[in-house]
Design a protein around this ligand. Structure first.
Ligand code: EPU
Length: 295
């Protein structure tokens, strides 16, 4: 236990990632803003749902912060002062709350706004930090207030106060999205489900397990067109290529999967191979820990 009561444990990080790769670190399970502030007194990293992340086999030397307890819960009660007939502004949703469970709850309530993010396995905080989404919608479509914690203190901002775009916000890496208030439109459970089905259909044929998700952002060609990185990797003939126990998915070129027992080194070797063989500069979508590993 830390001074403020945070649970602190040394553990392999692999189990907290969807890829299932990564060595050990000291994990701080923080449940309050006070515990979060204490965790931030020494060098730290913030772990979300671990779904867009490749952690080195040696782990990381910094503290790893994981939002837990109340900071992983959601209060979807509409705020009577902020909500109108046309717009629902919810109570606070913790940055550690899993996105899939949140979307199920919104579907049952028939509230529309975030259904384009269906199928993303991450947590709310990390998903906001990188504006996770699909071509059907993204996190910033449904945000009213974002609470951000830094070593200097806590601030609450509106999405308009930030610069954000395709899979990106300008929230710095070591700032924590502790909670958000959502901004949604009243609809019906059936209509929200239908929109979720549409977005889900586009994911058919993508691997869902033992992968961090898409490896590279879709690049914009010199003529201004955005192309699918997966398609480029496919056209380079790389689907099914294997290094150690990591493989470029046979189903979709932009996914690397862990066949069981893969290492971060295997994954980095595949990323390097893709960059070498695809003739277009590719920007990584994954977050790498530590960044010095970047290929
Ligand atoms: N395609 C191929 N071969 C492949 C992969 C794709 O020919 O190996 C073709 C498809 O047949 C399709 C086109 O390329 O005609 C686009 O493919 P897809 O619909 O899979 O979309 P994408 O642009 O490759 C984006 C997101 C995905 C998201 C899907 C569906 C990025 C980098 N990727 O992929 O997001 O799931 O749309 O909405 O933005 C992620 O962010 O982790 C992610 C996987």
């Amino acid at each position: 236990m830390s001074r403020t009561g945070a649970r602190v444990e040394r553990q392999p990080l692999a189990r907290y990632t969807t890829l299932g790769v990564g060595g050990e670190a000291e994990i701080w399970f923080v449940e309050t803003l006070e515990q979060l502030a204490e965790a931030m007194e020494q060098p730290y990293r913030v772990l979300g749902g671990g779904s867009n992340l490749v952690i080195s086999d040696a782990g990381v030397p910094e503290r790893v912060i994981r939002l837990s307890g109340p900071l992983a819960e959601r209060d979807l009660t509409p705020d009577p002062e902020l909500s109108t007939d046309a717009e629902i502004v919810t109570g606070w949703v913790g940055g550690g709350a899993p996105l899939p469970g949140l979307l199920r709850a919104l579907q049952k309530l028939g509230w529309s706004g975030l259904e384009g993010t269906v199928g993303i396995p991450g947590q709310v905080g990390g998903s906001v930090w990188m504006n996770a989404g699909t071509r059907f919608g993204e996190m910033f479509d449904g945000l009213h207030t974002i609470e951000i914690v830094t070593p200097q203190g806590v601030r609450q901002v509106s999405p308009d106060d930030l610069a954000w775009g395709y899979r990106h916000s300008d929230i710095p890496r070591n700032h924590v999205v502790s909670r958000v208030r959502l901004k949604l439109r009243p609809s019906t459970p059936d209509a929200v489900q239908e929109a979720m089905n549409q977005a889900d259909l586009a994911r058919k044929g993508q691997p869902k397990n033992k992968t961090p998700g898409c490896a590279f952002k879709n690049p914009t060609l010199p003529d201004g067109h955005k192309v699918s990185a997966g398609k480029l990797i496919d056209e380079a003939g790389l689907k099914g290529t294997r290094v150690g126990n990591a493989m470029i998915a046979p189903e979709h070129g932009n996914f690397i999967v862990n066949l069981g027992g893969a290492t971060a080194a295997d994954v980095h070797a595949l990323l390097g191979l893709i960059r070498e063989r695809v003739g277009v500069p590719l920007e990584l979508e994954y977050e790498l820990w530590p960044a010095a590993d970047a290929t």
